[in-house]
Design a protein around this ligand. Structure first.
Ligand code: KG4
Ligand code: ZN
Length: 399
């Protein structure tokens, strides 16, 4: 099956075409505990534009700017992706394009429509079987652009759509290893750490998710981004803070300041990062002018504090739910220090850690295509007349 993934939930516009076959263990007697080994995929085309630099001056993602950029980028990215693919095309003659229908579908995205019509006139229908598009969670104006784009393509190309939960995309991505499913056992505990989410999710089989812990205020990535902003570092701040912390470790720089480890010893699986961020702000305010050395020391202490809390809560959840496997996903899971600390502690309790290559931990369309394939295989297609963006879509609602 060839499936085209479309991702526009935040500040990455991404399109990826994969060819996938096999199954995720559905129907196999072992499906409750073991992943079936026969799923595999190939990337045929992949294109992504990050808007991060454009959002830097806002210190975070500015929803209307994100929406505008997605609308501008989608058609060129589709063109690039299909060009890479060299996909055979069945010619689609102009008269068959229902311009009025396209105008209705993309009435809120005039710039996208303007690019899409000539694109569709020039290119035939690519050889694809389904579309997979993120319908939440994320920024609603941004999600709608991807969704309406997918609806337009679905109508013109006559292919079905799968609405994908972005967080399921991160989970499925981390279950992969070199073009197939990694070998692991359920139950799987997923630690999802991104700019908008910090969640612990328990999965007893593919497609089943239970939210067992989450942040009560800021997400881990949001805390990284806000602390970076306080230190005048560009958005997204996670990689910059992490680079400073690394330097501090290499140079053996430590600070007497002990930042809080919020909720570390509380008997639950929830998180809180807002107080930690404020604690950093207080130190910075009382230390002006802020030297580069102080930045490095504080970045290290901050990263230590985040890692301590994430690792402790994950281990508590592993113990509580008897998880055989832990996976981490979402942008913050690209953090090498957090990965290493978690791996060290999970090795001690003989739990397996699944991670994906750092460049695939942040938002991309491959993860959407992969999760989309899982649902397409079960013929869980959306009704395009009712498919909606839902900024607060929850993973735990699916069981
Ligand atoms: O999953 P993602 O790409 O987008 C969302 O769905 O939010 O995650 C982006 C977040 C940002 O907050 C970014 O600062 C953070 O992931 N991030 C990192 C690292 N790389 C990205 N945080 C800490 N260390 C990193 N190396
Ligand atoms: Zn994400």
């Amino acid at each position: 099956m060839r499936i085209l993934g479309i991702e526009t939930s935040c500040d990455e516009t991404a399109i990826c075409l994969i060819e996938a076959e096999g199954d995720f263990g559905i129907g196999s007697p072992k499906s409750e505990t073991k992943a079936a080994p026969n799923f595999k995929y190939k990337i045929l085309g992949n294109a992504l534009i990050s808007q991060a630099a454009l959002h830097t001056e806002y210190g975070g993602v500015f929803p209307n700017l994100a929406k505008r950029e997605h609308a501008k980028n989608l058609v060129p990215l589709l063109e690039k992706c299909l060009h890479e693919t060299n996909s055979p095309r069945q010619g689609l003659a102009l008269p068959r394009l229902n311009i009025a229908e396209l105008q209705t579908t993309l009435s809120r995205e005039p710039e996208l429509l303007k690019q899409l019509i000539p694109f569709l006139e020039q290119h035939g229908k690519p050889d694809i079987d389904a579309l997979a598009v993120t319908h939440g969670p994320g920024l609603e104006p941004a999600l709608w652009v991807g969704l309406n784009f997918a609806k337009a393509l679905s109508k013109v190309w006559n292919v079905p759509i799968v609405g994908v939960n972005h967080m399921e995309g991160h989970i499925v991505m981390s279950m992969m290893e070199g073009g197939h499913l990694a070998s692991f056992e359920f139950p799987v505990l997923a630690l999802l750490i991104s700019g908008g989410h910090t969640e612990l999710v328990l999965s007893k089989r593919f497609g089943s998710y239970k939210l067992i812990g989450q942040t009560r205020d800021d997400a881990a990535g949001e805390a990284f981004d806000k602390v970076a902003r306080m230190m005048q570092l560009p958005y997204p701040g996670g990689p910059h803070i992490s680079a400073l912390a690394k330097k501090a470790r290499e140079e053996n720089l430590t600070t007497d300041v002990k930042l809080p480890r919020p909720m570390l010893n509380e008997n639950n699986l929830d998180f809180s990062f807002s107080g930690l961020k404020t604690a950093v702000l207080r130190v910075l305010e009382s230390s002006a002018p802020i030297s580069d050395t102080l930045k490095k020391k504080l970045a290290r202490e901050f990263e230590d504090a985040v890692a301590d809390v994430l690792v402790a809560k994950t281990l508590r959840a592993v113990e509580t739910y008897g998880a055989n496997t832990v996976l981490i996903g979402g942008g913050v899971s690209a953090n090498t220090y957090i990965r290493a600390e978690l791996k060290k502690r999970l090795d001690e309790v003989s739990s397996k850690l699944l991670v994906c290559p750092p460049e695939l931990a942040t938002d991309n369309a491959l993860m959407i295509a992969l999760a989309g394939y899982f649902h397409a295989q079960k013929r869980e297609f959306a009704d395009i007349t009712t498919l909606k963006a839902n900024g607060n879509l929850r993973l735990g609602d699916i069981s």
